[in-house]
Design a protein around this ligand. Structure first.
Ligand code: ADP
Length: 319
């Protein structure tokens, strides 16, 4: 029988609760005891934890957010604080810790592992920029949420013959912009990974309107620039007038899609068996339908890049 810790860290993502449920219930199913640390690494450092039972995770499967809380806790970059967290793990006689979060959280996990704490990472972030998994927990839901907004904005844009610039999340990565833009038939998608030319963009939009398009939708990842900055630049260059919408935190909330719930459940269950089997310093992911493990150091070495073929397909299909 093992004693397993679990926490959620970094930005919340739909499906974090489903992965917590899987970790808790699979642990108990296998005869282990499982403890949640509240509010990410803060709970670990401050020893804010509670034992979890099957009923503790009842009714959370389809709920967004995370019932055990998450915090941005920059203090965790201090080696003394990490040592303190490792000491707590020892004092509580824990056999390992499962961390559900993004790449920042995995840096903390990797540091803990260097201090002798067995750790397993689960990719829980809407950004989908994590190496070692085709999809991260929360990404599918976020894309669906953006698509839903695009559909609503398209109604208004079509009725009024407007151009709307929709700013979506993605400081370093265009995963959300790319997939929601393709699914929503956006006239243009701007992502941090691929440079764009302002004149070309204006030309594309103007020629679409000249061909009889009733609306123009531009999806821009926040890492490229803000929607209002882009609108100003377009106005200054060719007098093009566009409305702007910033979707913001809407993209992180809501009930997870079936894909996210299933992914979260599969990864969470596997994490328990990996940690009970004595494995550490790895992330669990899904690649081509298979559940696989990747060393955290490899996961952290580089971000997963967007697939340019999807980006170009979106461009080809809007003419
Ligand atoms: P995400 O995990 O979604 O990428 P953050 O980048 O905010 O989110 O990271 C979540 C938490 O992980 C931080 O608040 C901090 O506690 C911890 N963390 C982030 N970067 C590091 C690092 N370089 N070293 C140790 N811990 C880190």
């Amino acid at each position: 029988m093992k004693r397993i810790g679990v926490l959620t860290s970094g930005g919340d993502a739909p499906g974090m609760n489903a992965s917590l449920r899987a970790v808790v219930r699979m642990s108990i199913h296998r005869g282990h005891r499982v403890f949640a640390f509240y509010n990410g690494y803060k709970g670990l450092v401050e020893n804010d934890s509670a034992e979890m039972y099957n009923r503790s995770v009842g009714d959370i499967l389809t709920r967004g957010g995370t019932i055990i809380g998450t915090t941005r806790y920059p203090a965790f970059q201090d080696p003394e604080i990490i040592k303190k967290a490792a000491r707590h793990m020892n004092l509580l006689d824990m056999d390992g810790l499962i961390i559900i979060g993004g790449d920042g959280s995995f840096r903390g996990a990797s540091d803990l592992s260097d201090h002798g704490v067995p750790v397993i990472g689960l990719p829980g972030t809407i950004d989908n920029d994590i190496t070692g998994t085709d999809y991260t927990i929360g990404y599918d839901t976020a894309v669906d949420t953006v698509l839903d907004c695009i559909k609503k904005l398209r109604d208004t844009a079509s009725s009024h013959g407007r151009t709307i610039i929709i700013e979506v999340m993605g400081r370093h990565s265009g995963w959300i912009a790319m997939r929601s833009g393709l699914a929503g038939g956006a006239e243009a998608i701007l992502v941090p990974e691929i440079p764009f030319d302002l004149e070309d963009l204006c030309h594309t939009l103007e020629s679409g309107i000249a061909r009889g398009k009733k609306h123009s939708l531009v999806v821009v990842a926040e890492g490229v620039m803000s929607a209002s900055e882009l609108a100003h630049m377009m106005k200054d260059l060719v007098g093009f007038v566009a409305n702007t919408v910033v979707l913001g935190y809407v993209q992180r909330g809501g009930s997870p899609t079936a894909n996210d719930i299933i992914l979260a459940s599969r990864l969470g269950a596997r994490a328990v068996d990996e940690i009970a089997g004595g494995n550490s310093g790895i992330m669990i992911g899904e690649v081509k339908g298979d559940i696989v493990t990747t060393p955290l150091k490899e996961v952290l070495a580089e971000k997963k890049l967007i697939d340019p073929t999807i980006f170009h397909l979106a461009e080809e299909l809007v003419h």
